[in-house]
Design a protein around this ligand. Sequence first.
Ligand SMILES: [Cu+2]
Length: 291
Amino acid sequence: MKKINQASLSRLYGVSVFLFVLLGATLIQIVSAQELTYTFENATLSGPKTIAVNGFRDISFVNNSDTELDMSVARLHDGATRQNYISVDKAINDALSAEEGDARQPIGELISLADAVGGVHLASDTQGSAYLKLEPGRYLVTAASGGGPGDPYKPTYLNVTVTEGERAEAPTADFSLHMVDFHFDFPETMRAGEQLWEVANTGSQPHFALIFRLLEGKTAEDVTAWMTDFSGPPPVEFEGGAFVQGLTSGQTYYTPVTLMPGTYVAVCPLPNLATGEPHFADGMVSTFTVQ
Ligand SMILES: [Cu+2]
């Protein structure tokens, strides 16, 4: 039997320390490589296709294009396919941009296929972030431009799988917004500057919020009248507004929002699944002051 002397022992020890350090460095790299960024560039959406996490994760979204973009995330239900989701997503946007379109049926189908868990709305060549709740399952990230009247909806989709990973806790929010059927619970006065909002859809229908700064002398009624056909000059200032992404029932996400002093109005224009009337006609319109 070969005799192990002091020198070979210490060499062995040196090698194991080296391997241990190398392993540690690799593990640290894997963990920090889980910085999640989805980028839309050259008509292509790219980003991590597998994520190991369970809970609220901070996700960055980058729009390296010359158009406004919605980047959103949906969790597919068991049995729902990418193709099901894509055709329903197209049907909703076709209906929303048509003159007399009725998006109620495809919205109902979407609810049965997937949970809308949040996202960001980005101007051209900008980036943003949001904390989204990710649990093991199959997801689709969508980057979409257009969608209004005379502006074709152009979506790009990316399949993402979330596997069981470290439990991620929710961040601490500065403000909590609840969207219900059919109301927003904004206080009368909000603080100017950047805040992290927790947004929860505690209603039964999908909701989102367009948040506009009112032009001097304009009212919420002017906004809802303008939004029925978008004719005439807008009663709002687009700069300094905010966009709360669509969430299906029971979903919560966290979004940074920066408001400047002024009077704001929040509206949800999605159709009431029972009547077809916009949610703002049923009361989903709030005015608040930012100072
Ligand atoms: Cu709504």
